[in-house]
Design a protein around this ligand. Structure first.
Ligand code: HEM
Length: 435
């Protein structure tokens, strides 16, 4: 594919491919949804293959077969334990401590500092996104706000399958923001990394001096990415926003955990226990999956175990919200938050919030840690979400009773746009770098 083909008008990246989700059949039972996620008879029908194609087309989420396998193999290096430990302790930890200290100062020492959790977390996760992607120089308050504003301008385009507005308009707007982001942030960072990689090949730069980030990983595997147009690097970055999903869904967790310990005071002490924090995170994600449904397209005629028939070319919607609350699998109280829940069948406690099959979330362990680790190494990364929850509850976070939280009506993702909180123990917060 050539560069000039990338404009989405009249190309394979044309948005508005396929029928509207309301015109597609919906699968809602846990077993049907898992079967389609895992089946070779279906490929991605949304993420980068439909309306979001101009923003994330030819990204890992849109690929299938050998290309998909190869892309996952290349990117797996970013999710090694040593990398996760570094992101968590040396990037997230100091950013979180600094932000809590800033809120404490604003609270004038009365021990009841207030904030809106969404902009709070958005700022905290900014350094992590830059470190993960390999974007340099975003190191002052103003630079972070400029960077976040441009990233916010792209986000709805990658998630347009869940947006309620006019998809073509949203995608055009986001594509302009993505091009601006590519020119002002990604291109300079790529040039610096290309020079370093060349110097390394010539023996002038040691392996340990090369950055550990996504741009470097992609540029060191150019032979793979050169199969697509040169904008594929920017589109791929857009898919990997470590803070984005976490930031948007943490308010649900805080609300549910607050309610749980209020009704079960005996569990309050467990707010220091990483295993309990992880259980809470996973249970909350099961109830509020980041994306409520996914689209798949049949590539051959197939019949599911339940008898549902699909012809090649048919689209189907996988309703992960309903499937993850299937009482047959998660029990009669499946729609309630219960962090000590043991599912009836041998299924992941998180339900389908991280998807299933070949496109299962590559960032799941980074987000919540090793769910099944029975005897974890104390030096293992905790997972970004349990780590953040632990520090927030240490700072005495509670939803601000006097202020109302607000859900976003612009999309179907059940995400908050406002979530006022108080920090009642913020003065006792310790610096957490390396803890
Ligand atoms: C709580 C946090 C997160 C949730 C709930 C979540 C959810 C998901 C889901 C449901 C999918 C499957 C999509 C599909 O099958 O169409 C997915 C895929 C993906 N996620 Fe996540 N995610 C989270 C965090 C992350 C993080 C931290 C990263 C990266 C830093 C990430 C990167 C990706 C990528 C690249 C894919 C595509 C994988 C592939 O196609 O092979 N996610 N995620």
């Amino acid at each position: 594919m050539r560069d000039e083909d990338v404009s989405y008008e009249g190309t394979s990246l044309d948005p508005l491919n396929g029928p509207a989700v309301t015109a597609m059949p919906w699968l809602r039972s846990y077993h049907d949804v898992v079967e389609v996620f895992r089946s070779r008879a279906f490929v991605q029908g949304g993420g980068g293959r439909r309306d979001s194609a101009p923003i994330t087309g030819y990204g890992v989420l849109a690929l299938s077969g050998r290309d998909h396998f190869e892309r996952r193999r290349i990117e797996a290096t970013l999710f090694r334990k040593d990398m996760l430990r570094w992101f968590e302790r040396d990037v997230l930890g100091p950013a979180l401590a600094a932000k809590l200290a800033e809120i404490a100062r604003q609270g004038r020492g009365d021990g009841r500092a207030r904030a809106d959790l969404l902009p709070f977390l958005r700022d905290v996760y900014c350094d992590l996104t830059c470190s993960f992607w390999g974007i340099d120089g975003v190191d002052s308050h103003e630079a972070r706000q400029r960077f976040l504003a441009i990233v916010d301008g792209i986000t709805p385009g990658g998630a347009v399958e869940w947006e309620r507005g006019n998809h073509r308009e949203i995608v055009s707007r986001c594509l302009a923001a993505q091009r601006h982001f590519g020119a002002s942030y990604v291109r300079p960072a790529m040039l610096r990394r290309e020079a370093l990689i060349e110097a390394h090949a010539a023996g002038r730069v040691h392996e340990s001096e090369l950055p550990n980030d996504m741009l470097t990983v992609m540029l060191r595997n150019k032979q793979h990415f050169e199969k697509w147009d040169s904008e594929v690097y920017v589109r791929e970055l857009t898919l990997f926003a470590p803070g984005d999903t976490i930031v948007r869904f943490m308010p649900h967790m805080v609300a549910e955990m607050h309610e749980w310990v209020r009704e079960h005071p005996e569990d309050r002490a467990l707010l220091e226990d990483v295993d309990f924090l992880r259980r809470c995170a996973v249970e909350s994600l099961r109830l509020h999956p980041a994306s409520p449904y996914f689209i798949r397209k049949a590539v051959e005629d197939t019949t599911l175990a339940s008898g549902r028939v699909f012809r090649a070319g048919d689209y189907v919607v996988l309703d992960v919200t309903t499937a993850s609350c299937d009482p047959e699998v998660f029990g009669a109280d499946a729609d309630r938050f219960h962090p000590h829940r043991v599912p009836r069948h041998k299924v992941k406690p998180v339900g389908l919030a991280f998807g299933e099959g070949p496109h299962t979330c590559i960032g799941a362990v980074m987000s919540v840690g090793e769910i099944s680790a029975h005897h974890p190494d104390p030096d293992d990364p905790l997972g970004l979400v349990p780590y953040t929850l632990r520090e927030l509850f240490r700072a005495g976070i509670t939803p601000d009773a006097g202020q109302s939280a607000r859900l976003n009506s612009a999309n179907a993702r059940n995400e908050f746009t406002e979530f006022p909180v108080r920090f009642s123990a913020i003065r006792s917060v310790r610096p957490v770098a390396g803890s």
